[in-house]
Design a protein around this ligand. Sequence first.
Ligand code: ADP
Ligand code: MG
Length: 345
Amino acid sequence: MNTDKRTEISTLGEFRLIEKLTSEIKPQHSSTIQGVGDDAAVLEYNEDKYSLVTTDMLLEGVDFDLTYFPLKHLGYKAIVASCSNIYAMNGTPTSATVAIGVSAKFSVEDLEELYSGIRAACDDYGIDLVGGDTRASMTGLAITITTIGEVGKDKIVRRDGAKLHDLICITRDLGAAFLGLKLLEREKIALGGVKNGQPKFDGYEYLLRRQLKPEARRDVIEELAAQEIIPTSMIDISDGLASELLHICKNSKCGARIYLERMPIARETYKLAEELHLDPVTAALNGGDDHELLFTVPLALQEKVAQLGYGVEIIGHITEESTGAALVTPDGSIIELKAQGFHGN
Ligand code: ADP
Ligand code: MG
């Protein structure tokens, strides 16, 4: 441990920490097209395709709570979350490795449950599970997924290609997964550890599904290809719309305006937010776990994109960098977007 100087990690936050740790790293191989800084690394081993690599770790007690998150669903969601990063590059996931740290509280049957979810997601998304690592941990469960994919060189979409006047699109309503999590947390407290207690989820099945069994948007990526639409920029919405739009703005050196009345928020999201005294718009902007895609397209494609279906909605447009990124309310007020997520990292 370095004892001369001590800086608390919390003074930097996740993104500045990653920047600090990786800014000096220079690629040594001409095959490294893109290192740190997008949804996936981009590597070149082939004349007409790039390889894509993405890694994500999930930690018990930080990213999931097993008192209400079934292991099968957790395995499924871990793969979905990982391959969503490959779709965000306009790519196709092909293979994955899974590394797990497991404490003695888990049985073989528990891990079989976890893997039944992992296998189901790999089947659904056409991914070969090709390796991993298994270690005993002191406490809890840690899951690290690395997914490898590919994309045609002329099809790759990064975070840095948004241009002035481009339309900003998202692939479905936002905030539902976050409210699903709040519902699970509420019922956990209400039941207070009562064995075989029956949680009350009536009317909120959609929110639970969005939290417990999310989808990666392969359908949208395939439809964009079928319609010959290549977005100018794209990112996976894992940490909330605000922080992801700010990534696009930073990397593309642009500003953005999104419109409150255009923001899709599901009826169930409004209803539960009201019950729990939460702001549904804040949930849509800063709630995580949606695993939808945020992308930009040239203004000339407005009609084509409006007719896409698959939940795709146009919510705003790209502006000059100096204008910053903001939400415009129906009365014309402008609220600056901040990356502060509900998750506080
Ligand atoms: P995401 O939300 O898509 O998981 P992150 O914010 O975790 O993205 O990561 C941003 C970028 O930083 C990615 O390119 C990722 O590969 C890279 N990255 C994250 N953590 C590390 C690390 N510890 N060392 C090197 N690169 C990292
Ligand atoms: Mg990450």
